[in-house]
Design a protein around this ligand. Structure first.
Ligand code: SF4
Length: 103
């Protein structure tokens, strides 16, 4: 999840100066139309695609592991907060010893 945010910010940091420079070379009204299109194509759409891939890749961990109903599990980052590690479908950082029911 951190990569998605990081690369979204990088793409945003690159695209804002790029469209600002582009302002000098094209008609101003066309530029206003182009700005949201460029931001959608370069920043927003890749972020949505990355998030969808993240969800698909981690769906089994979020829904069907011991961690999924543990109070130390953060499903938004797929992270065990107690051990600061990412569980997978065949790896539990605590091996089940620190599991506590999420209420
Ligand atoms: S404490 Fe254990 S069961 Fe709970 S989230 Fe961490 S690894 Fe998973």
């Amino acid at each position: 999840m951190g990569d998605i945010v990081f690369w979204t910010l990088i793409r945003l940091a690159i695209s804002i100066p790029a469209v600002w420079i582009l302002r000098n070379y094209i008609d101003f009204q066309l530029w206003w139309i182009l700005v949201p299109v460029v931001l959608y194509i370069v920043v927003i759409h890749p972020a949505f695609v990355g998030y969808r891939r993240f969800e698909e890749k981690n769906k089994s961990v979020i829904e069907s592991t011991l961690c999924s109903n543990c109070k130390h599990f953060d499903p938004t980052a797929v992270l065990c907060l107690k051990h600061d590690k990412h569980p997978t479908s065949d790896y539990l950082p605590c091996e089940g010893f620190d599991w506590e029911l999420k209420l």
